[in-house]
Ligand binder design. Structure first.
Ligand code: ZN
Length: 236
């Protein structure tokens, strides 16, 4: 592979990887925040060790399944919309080739080509692959933007589970009054690291990214701990 081809490829792949990394970080964040909150909430009610672990495990499985379901449904409906758009475009090309040529040329003119070059580029690209050219330049549908619903669902469930496993393991290896502080500290440290990583992939400030995620994680755990303690007092 020549260096030019390689540099184009690595650029494309990097963009693809950043998108995937950001989704993974967000999935793991969700896993940590929701499972740690459940653990801290149940622990604060004064429950014994086993019910705490059981609640955390149930939260992990329920969260991973709902993330997978949500991702599958949203990516599938996006794919359905894209497929419908492509089918409409295909029939437009069959009945209205000249109009479609004008449309594509206008898109290239708006991007800065002179009318003659725009027409010639549009004609050549449409002769090579008319649907591909319109999908990419008119509808914005590219290989990178097209996600696989099953892959997206599995990735989302896996990253949620990976995140949730951390506070759960912290709870498994501790017991009594120490569960809440250990789960809280472990979760906040991991959230800060993930927040910084997420910010870095987006080119944003690491500190801001870390602070934002840590603040909301702490808030979620504080609220559930409060509810758990209240519940424990009222019902206990
Ligand atoms: Zn078109």
């Amino acid at each position: 592979m020549s260096t030019d081809a390689y540099s184009i490829h690595s650029e494309t792949h990097l963009v693809h990887r950043i998108g995937w990394l950001r989704a993974a970080v967000l999935g793991a964040n969700d896993g940590i925040v929701s499972t740690a909150s459940i653990l801290v909430g149940v622990a604060s009610s004064g429950a014994a060790h086993q019910p705490i672990i059981l609640a955390g495990l149930a939260g992990l499985v329920a969260g991973a399944m709902s993330m997978a379901a949500g991702e599958y449904v949203s990516v599938s409906s996006q794919t359905d919309t894209e497929q419908a758009d492509l089918a409409r475009e295909k029939s437009e090309l069959e009945v209205n080739w000249d109009n479609e040529l004008e449309e594509l040329a206008t898109i290239y003119e708006r991007r800065g080509l002179d009318p003659q070059t725009a027409h010639s580029v549009a004609r050549q690209l449409m002769e090579k692959d008319a649907l591909g050219a319109h999908a990419r330049d008119e509808l914005g549908i590219t290989e990178v933007s097209t996600a696989n619903p099953i892959q997206a669902a599995l990735t989302s469930a896996a990253t949620f589970t990976a995140g949730a496993a951390l506070p759960l393991l912290a709870a498994v290896f501790t017991s009594g009054w120490i569960v809440t502080p250990v789960v809280t500290v472990v979760s906040l440290i991991v959230l800060a690291v993930l927040g910084a990583l997420g910010a870095q992939t987006g080119g944003a400030s690491l500190w801001k990214g870390a602070a934002r995620v840590t603040f909301w994680g702490a808030a979620a755990m504080a609220v559930t701990a409060g509810v758990g303690a209240l519940f424990g007092t009222v019902v206990g």
